[in-house]
Design a protein around this ligand. Sequence first.
Ligand code: XMP
Length: 315
Amino acid sequence: MIDHATFVGEAVRRLRAEVPGTAIVAASGGIDSTVAALLAEKALGERARAIFVDHGLLRAGEVERVREYFRASELRFEVVSAADRFFSALDGVVDPEEKRRRIGAAFIRLFEAEAERFGTDRLVQGTIAPDWIESGGALRDTIKTHHNVGGIPADSRLTLVEPLRDLYKDEVRAVARYLGTPVADRQPFPGPGLAVRVIGPVTPDRVRRARVANAIVEEEVERAVAAGQLGRPWQYFAVLLPTRSVGVLGDNRVHGEAVSVRVVESVDAMTATAMAVPRAVLARIAERTTRELSGEVVRVLYDVTDKPPATIEWE
Ligand code: XMP
């Protein structure tokens, strides 16, 4: 474990050295990028501006929640609405790596435009060690290209500044607590958002289904944790599968999609264990999902696979 005060002091010093003028910060409302934004704010004051992108792939209520978090943390920030751009970038794409590349590219183009507007070429990102390790850094195989390591195209004017590059998730969380941000206790949410929780084509309709299913899993797991029926998981979410199977709706037969529920415990996301969620909690998730997405989702599965061999997210 790192010493927080020393780390923050050192990060602020390096940010000042690497950013002579102004900088924008890619801020998703997650722990990593919020810590990066807070460090930038500490180091640069009004020379830093956090940019929160609503790519249309966010969880239910996320834009309002992130606004509140950032206001509470006294961050200078702007919200950019860009759902159309991301949906057209993802049109017809089913390959997981291609999805990540397209999302990464859409983010970079958007940040280039924002940087120009803010008169800078510096982009501060909350990349942490597992992101680049799993993206094939340090002579390893690529497990998956984390969107924020998708790479800056050779013709880009942007220079990356990554103050958390050497930290693991549990260390970033500890720094977040040290900095006193309410974001510290949020579960991780991937930058590419619900796109990696919608297996197969990413359409507004399928993202809506994934959004409803994710909200149900979050509510029911949080209720179970509050009631002492389950320890606090590292991450808990739903994945929409493109599998069609038969269901019953009233007196009729319907063909609907399936949802897989994932609840894992972990220390640093490099390994994870599928948790033993009480049967009654799973039953309630299944009942609500098939009712609130009636006819659209007819089957709910529970993913019992650890990492490794699986990863936490499905894509
Ligand atoms: P995996 O699925 O690789 O995920 O076991 C490990 C942790 O990283 C999160 N994750 C991401 N976070 N950008 C992010 O900011 C990404 O592209 C990304 N992909 C996965 C995942 O939710 C888990 O906590």
